[in-house]
Design a protein around this ligand. Sequence first.
Ligand SMILES: C[S@@+](CC[C@H](N)C(=O)[O-])C[C@H]1O[C@@H](n2cnc3c(N)ncnc32)[C@H](O)[C@@H]1O
Length: 256
Amino acid sequence: MLKPPLKWAGGKRWLVSHLKPIWEANAHRRYVEPFCGGLAVALGLQPEQALLNDVNPHLINFYRQVQNGLRIRVQMRNDEELFYRHRERFNRLIRTGKAQTGEGPQLFYYLNRTCFNGLCRFNKGGDFNVPFGTYKVINYVRDFSDYVAVFRQWTFSNEDVESLQLEAEDFVYADPPYDVEFTTYSAGGFSWDDQVRTARLLARHPGPVVISNQATERIIELYEGLGFELRYLDAPRRISCTGDRTAAREVLAIKP
Ligand SMILES: C[S@@+](CC[C@H](N)C(=O)[O-])C[C@H]1O[C@@H](n2cnc3c(N)ncnc32)[C@H](O)[C@@H]1O
């Protein structure tokens, strides 16, 4: 099985074995992930046809470049000085609207693998501002040709979840950013209102839906109120979207 090419907060590789039996009963359908992030689940389930969406434009651009045979030609070393030089260059490309082609996706890959916890964060001015990471060894990939055959049948899109064009028969697996209890606006910019509009949207979808989230009280109430069947799981210690590493109780909300 191919490993996710990027490091991404909230990776759900550990959920694949729980999702597999549900997916296998639906494997004739198109697989849709509105919050695809690091692709841990899509690469684990390997659907033939998929629509993979994320609101992060650099992430989706990187996957599209991989589909087109991306090769990394910029220097890559786990070196602090090189990291900050590449970060500055990437931010210059963002400011001039050139981060999506040529060096842009190559620098994005390097920064993702080298920065602290693979976080992807921008300041108010739009600059990528994650500091240098703390890895001993990084195995950089320069050639993504192993991914080309798998990605060939997949479509990547860069929309807000609500703009996604779902078809009635689609199987949807949604992994929104974790609900952070007691806040209206979570650190990742995904607010409580976003949780509610996502849950309502997916409850209306006529095809099968699975949603994973942190099992907070209000999430349980929201999903239950919309008629989902709930299953609880213990999440391993992991990096949340805010970078903290506390263990979480996970809920799977299922609509057959
Ligand atoms: C928890 S992560 C998904 C992790 C993924 N399941 C994996 O295994 O790597 C949530 C993702 O939702 C994306 N996101 C946040 N707000 C969004 C929105 N309004 N519409 C679509 N995607 C959004 C973030 O960019 C992030 O990649």
